[in-house]
Design a protein around this ligand. Sequence first.
Ligand SMILES: [Zn+2]
Length: 318
Amino acid sequence: MAEKSDKDTRRATRRSDARRGAGVSLALAVVGLLAVVGVAIAAVSYASSANAGSGEAASPDGSIPREVVSDQVAPSNDVPASDSTDDAARQADLGLDPTRATDWLDHSNGEKTVYLTFDDGPSENTEKVLDILDKYGAHATFFVTGMKPNYYDMIGEAYRRGNTIGMHTFTHDYATCYASVDAYFADLGQIAQVVKDQIGYVPYLVRFPGGSSNTVSRSYCPGIMSTLAPELLARGYQYYDWNVSSGDGGGTLPVDELVANATSYGNFTNVILLCHDSSPKTTTVEALPQIIEYYQAQGFVFKAITRETVVVHHGIQN
Ligand SMILES: [Zn+2]
């Protein structure tokens, strides 16, 4: 990510300036002392070795490894010391790692939690959604597509504001992504690249268009979901369906209806709530504050999905 590398460069520069400064003062002191006995040349050699310290941790390309930087640079106001640690921790948790098992489901935590999920974005609505989430101290998960390149930067923006990014296919075109297993993974690779450009890595989270229980895929490739679901897990991904839906996947619904749907959570304490973030879903944006307020009044907190989140899978029907 461009921002991160700028940050690292700034830190590396500060660190190297600090070291150079220390080296120069030390060298001056030594020069002063040694000049008295007429062996100033020794000081030059000492100064060189002191300065060499600023390069000790440099990797072959000249950059400073992050852990060294965060250890040794004093915190400053513009760059919080915990930044790179948090970024690294998020990436370690959310990054695709084919060697990590993802065949888990039951991670429900003890507290009442809503995992808001927004499919089909980014779009012109994404920033409004992000502002509402911020206002309520809530986080969500965005399963994104490649349909609106003009809004790709919203993927990075959502991530930086603490939300999780998952992949929902690039085309969101059933005939394309469900044409074959290879076609699905080719499409997934495309959206993975878009997301990587925005957040710096490929996440392990996936949502199928139509959910894993969709039967539309049957028209294009009979049996494909039965292959794709275990294959995703085998490749280190996890797919997320939902247990509560706002009902905004079809035509535009009035706000009251969306709120009623989205807040009908039955006995679930861990709610994975389906919403959409595509251009026509303006009533979803309007309904969002009421949905959040309702759940918060019931003692729920809104979190972004992580590997510690309960996984909901529908029954596969194709
Ligand atoms: Zn969708």
